[in-house]
Design a protein around this ligand. Structure first.
Ligand code: SF4
Length: 358
């Protein structure tokens, strides 16, 4: 039996100090990912610092109209929050598409961001894995790659980030508030997670003892439309093969609708939520038409570099993005999904209301 010490923190500064003084320690929040890893032998910290009782469970209005979400707000509570549902539907839908009701009741906002890849080799300590054991090799290369990356991967690691919530936060341009031994700092959520490069054991830019204390959402733009769509192997309790979060602003005043702003993030395709910057750039100022959407998504996916066994994700991502853009602009999407072979697309568990009732 392995020994580990347990300490319950009463405030964020105490938690950071407790972790900083221990060389090999981890924060324990909802425990929905870490406890599995302790059982599987994927990680073996000598100390656990329990942050689940910290006073970080509030959702507060910000003076500029945005929202501050405490790191210990549970996923279920955030999805059902009376401001999140109407003002940030992309976030509510993404949360409700993740895991199961039981897990969402336990999982925290901060922990959701920091959950680790579900690469089957990472979760099997008997196999080589550069993320679990740097320098040991990557068992996924040449292995089972259905859930692996098509964008931004490296020869060292082709894992994907599993969070749905993080994809929505990327499309929302959220900011992560972090308390570390040197004080508080803010990190755009799009810069929190890393691409693997030759250091795949580092999932994020956080340093030892850094504690996520909150996530801040910018004020919703008037008229902005947003949604989240997830393509997966079964209707619930499954990670994304591909997911898409879109926040779209369209001017409907002229003869033809014009895209004023587009923010698109993809999940299930990269080591981090993938902002489709090329597609966004091509869409801004363009007519909101299927032709423009196709041109934009094709330009984005030119960068895709699938491995044997996950080539299907490229047309699947194309179809999912096109379907969401068509949905948000009211364009007929006949054939859009068939274009991308995304006919199994699940609409993130139905409507938000339906999913809350599950
Ligand atoms: Fe490990 Fe990454 Fe390779 Fe999976 S893809 S086995 S996480 S190095």
């Amino acid at each position: 039996m392995r020994q580990l010490s347990y300490e319950r923190a009463d405030d964020p500064a105490q938690a950071v100090a407790a972790l900083a003084e221990a060389g090999d320690a981890a924060y324990l929040a909802g425990g929905t990912n870490l406890v599995d890893h302790l059982r599987l032998g994927i990680t073996a910290p000598q100390r656990l610092v329990d942050i689940s009782h910290l006073d970080l469970a509030d959702v507060e209005d910000l003076p500029d109209g945005g929202l501050r979400v405490g790191a210990m707000v549970r996923n279920s509570d955030l999805a059902a929050h009376p401001r999140v549902r109407p003002d940030y539907p992309v976030l509510s839908r993404a949360l409700l598409s993740g895991a199961s009701g039981q897990l969402r009741n336990a999982a925290s906002t901060g922990g959701n961001l920091l959950q680790r890849t579900r690469c089957v080799y990472f979760q099997d300590p008997t196999t080589p894995c550069n993320k679990r054991e740097p320098g040991s090799g990557c068992s996924a290369v040449g292995g089972w790659t259905r859930y692996h990356a098509i964008l931004g991967a490296s020869p060292s690691c082709i894992a994907t980030h599993p969070s749905d919530m993080a994809v929505a936060l990327a499309a929302l341009d959220a900011t992560v508030v972090v308390l570390g031994p040197g004080g508080e700092r803010r990190i755009p959520v799009t810069e929190l997670h890393r691409l693997p490069g030759d250091e795949p054991h580092r999932d994020t830019v956080l340093e030892h003892a850094d504690l996520i204390t909150a996530v801040e959402l910018p004020a919703p733009s008037p008229g902005a439309r947003s949604t989240y769509r997830k393509v997966r192997d079964r209707a619930s309790f499954a990670f994304a093969l591909v997911s898409v979060a879109v926040v779209l602003e369209v001017d409907d005043d002229g003869d033809v609708p014009m895209v004023r702003e587009a923010r698109i993030a993809l999940g299930g395709v990269a080591h981090k939520p993938w902002r489709a910057r090329r597609a966004e750039e091509l869409l801004r100022g363009r007519e909101a038409s299927l032709a423009a959407f196709r041109e934009a998504v094709d330009a984005e996916l030119e960068q895709a570099d699938p491995v044997s066994g996950n080539e299907f994700k490229v047309p699947m991502a194309r179809g999912a993005v096109l379907a969401v853009l068509a949905e948000l602009t009211g364009l007929p999407d006949d054939g859009v999904e068939a274009d991308g072979d995304a006919t199994d697309t699940d609409h993130a568990g139905g409507t938000t209301e339906e999913a809350i009732d599950e």
